[in-house]
Design a protein around this ligand. Structure first.
Ligand SMILES: Nc1ncnc2c1ncn2[C@@H]1O[C@H](COP(=O)(O)OP(=O)(O)OP(=O)(O)O)[C@@H](O)[C@H]1O
Ligand SMILES: [Mg+2]
Length: 326
């Protein structure tokens, strides 16, 4: 299937990258943010490099299911993400979005194809990439502060720097007062914010975010959109962000990638050529989101039809199709 690339009309050119866009200059601190400026490590970018930060080449992944058959979850995914790009991925439930992030994070191997970071094949997890899970994955036996510090400790960051960054990132997600609390003492939204602070604190080149704001109230989500956008523009991080909320994808992304219902394939790519900062309620954002939603709805309908069939009939691979790694 060929990828459908669509463009939203705009009087503005596509930005060259965060901090390089004169409409959206890098700032030391967002207005209204309680977190003061801190030096955020910038990943080493070779702007002129033609090598993508993240490259997915002919990725297929099949799972062995209980019946012993193989379920094709991802089929021939080709996607290039350039350094400093903010890419959002949308698609119906079960189309393989989380699986795709797991592959990039090196948490599981693909059945065939290649995942490349800076042109080099991913061999497993690395500190250059971090995944924020749907269910946040915090350690209940550690305090909020210790959770945020954890990744930095693993990276060997000295104690004084860890403590400074922990305080900074907790202020950023408005949890400074909860540094000594345990995870069970927090609400779901607060836990998610700790997970975000923990991931940001390790300052990875590539941030993989799996529906990180889905459980948050509207105000907190708006605030974190602003903060995430600010951090991204200042730090030059590459972000791959999975969401079910198409408006959120248009609000945040340089590009929105739409996956098909199982097996997940890249159906369309939508470069979002709208000025930043954007807001969820902007009419231009709503208009762009509607276009994507129309295509997404077709895929959601396919997924509902599959569910109403007599049991879900997975695409079963022939032995020749099936890879041998999983
Ligand atoms: N460990 C596993 N074993 C077998 N099948 C799996 C496994 N993990 C995921 N799957 C299947 O792979 C497909 C893709 O799952 P995935 O979690 O990546 O979807 P998703 O797009 O993230 O869905 P959602 O939007 O609901 O989070 C689904 O059909 C799911 O049942
Ligand atoms: Mg998922």
């Amino acid at each position: 299937m060929s990828t459908n690339v669509q463009k939203f009309p705009s009087q503005f050119p596509i930005p060259a990258g965060p901090g390089l866009d004169p409409r959206f200059p890098a700032r030391a601190g967002a207005p209204g943010s309680k977190a003061g400026p801190i030096s955020i490590a910038r990943p080493a970018h070779n702007v002129s490099s033609q090598i993508s930060k993240v490259g997915l080449s002919e990725i297929c992944l099949s799972y062995r299911i209980q019946s012993g058959e193989r379920l094709l979850a991802l089929d021939n995914i080709n996607l290039q993400v350039r350094a400093g790009e903010f890419v959002c991925i949308v698609g119906p439930s079960g189309c393989g979005k989380s699986t795709l992030l797991h592959l990039i994070a090196g948490l599981q191997p693909q059945t065939s194809g290649q995942v490349l970071i800076d042109g080099k094949p991913v061999q497993g997890p690395g500190t250059d990439r971090i995944l924020i899970f749907q269910d946040h994955g915090l350690f209940p036996w550690l305090t909020v502060g210790q959770n945020v510090e954890f990744g930095m400790k693993m990276k060997g960051i000295p104690k004084a720097e860890r403590e400074e960054k922990t305080r900074y990132y907790l202020r950023l997600v408005h949890l400074a007062k909860f540094e000594k609390s345990y995870i069970h003492q927090l609400s779901g939204g607060m836990r998610q914010r700790v997970a975000i602070a923990r991931a940001l604190a390790t300052e990875p080149d590539v941030l993989l975010m799996d529906e990180p704001f889905a459980a948050l109230d509207a105000q907190t989500r708006d605030l974190l959109h602003d903060e995430l956008e600010r951090i991204w523009s200042e730090s030059g991080r590459t972000i791959i962000f999975v969401t079910h909320n198409v408006r959120e994808a248009v609000r945040l992304g340089d590009r929105v990638v739409l996956l098909t219902f199982r097996p997940g394939r890249v159906k369309s790519e939508f470069p979002v050529d709208l000025p930043r900062p954007r807001h969820l309620e902007d009419p231009t954002v709503a208009r762009a989101a509607r276009e994507i939603l129309d295509e997404l709805r077709d895929e959601i309908n396919r997924s509902l039809e599959a569910e109403y069939e007599e049991g879900v009939k997975p695409h079963v691979k022939t032995p020749a199709e099936a890879g041998s790694r999983i």
